[in-house]
Write a protein that binds this ligand. Structure first.
Ligand code: IPD
Length: 265
């Protein structure tokens, strides 16, 4: 079976949009919180599970030999060299409260490298896409990250983990950052934050904690839009810390976060 990035992207977009329709049209008035994960506020709803089930069965039907890794527990090895990273709802708390900033994020890796990604934002009817080397798009039109601005003029998105101890440290980091930037945004979906770096709605993003399924598609989209996306001291973006910003601003934010120990709890 072929693993051409544009074919993988086409499938990812189709599946993400079907999951988005399910999530929009079948959102119950009262959403059942079926489980919690890392803390009592880290929730899973029936709709996270329904979305992941729709996505995994559609991908398996189209490409039975591929591997799968999903936030709600899907983990299948596969034999084709292609693996899908799936966040069925990124921004579950926003979904629960009806805040229109949640997304479906699907990325395709070939031999461990992400080559295609979609972040679909159903409540805003927006679809961010990228293929490796093929640029990033919003609803099919090319997007670029902002030109770098000095740190004190930068609008910086971030997010916070669910565990209280980690949040205490994250609050300390924000306390040092806030007086030194234009402002902070906390939209509530890491995939949207990275897509907003890609489309210039924010200048930069950083966060400690997001998992591979939260990050994979958004990292590719931000990179393909021209942003630098990395961890501290040349490390790759990861759960430890991910920073995304245009070169020039990246270094300023990196140095401040490194000095603040933003990669530690
Ligand atoms: C969360 C969102 C949020 C980020 C958290 C993530 P979820 O993902 O991306 O913006 O701050 O770290 O866990 O739980 O809604 O899929």
């Amino acid at each position: 079976m072929r693993s051409d990035p544009s074919e993988l992207l086409e499938l990812a977009v189709e599946v993400a949009q079907s999951a988005g329709s399910l999530l929009l049209n079948k959102r119950p008035a009262e959403i059942a919180v079926t489980a919690t994960k890392s803390s009592p506020t880290d929730i899973v709803t029936d709709m996270d599970r329904a979305s992941e089930a729709l996505i995994t069965s559609a991908l398996k039907a189209a490409r039975p030999d591929d591997g799968l890794l999903g936030e709600e527990g899907t983990a299948e090895q596969g034999r084709s060299g292609v693996r899908w990273l799936i966040d069925p709802i990124d921004g579950t708390v926003n979904y629960l409260y009806g805040i229109p900033a949640w997304s479906v994020s699907i990325a395709a890796e070939v031999d461990g490298q992400v080559v295609a990604g979609v972040v679909h934002v159903p409540p805003l009817a927006e679809t961010f896409t990228a293929t490796r080397g093929g640029g990033a798009q919003l609803d099919g039109a090319p997007i670029r990250a902002n030109q770098p601005v000095p740190l004190d003029q930068a609008l910086v998105a971030t997010g916070f983990g669910y565990a209280s101890a980690r949040r205490a440290k994250q609050a300390e980091v924000v306390r040092g950052l806030l007086p030194r930037v234009r402002d902070i945004r906390r939209a509530g979906s890491c995939a949207i934050d990275l897509s907003w770096v890609a489309s210039g709605r924010v200048d930069a993003y950083y966060e400690r904690g997001p998992q591979p399924w939260d990050l994979a598609a958004g990292v590719l989209i931000a990179r393909e839009a021209g942003a630098v996306v990395a961890g501290l001291h040349g490390r790759p973006p990861s759960t430890e810390l991910t920073i995304a910003a245009p070169r020039g601003l990246f270094e300023q934010l990196h140095d401040l976060l490194a000095a603040a120990g933003a990669d530690r709890d």
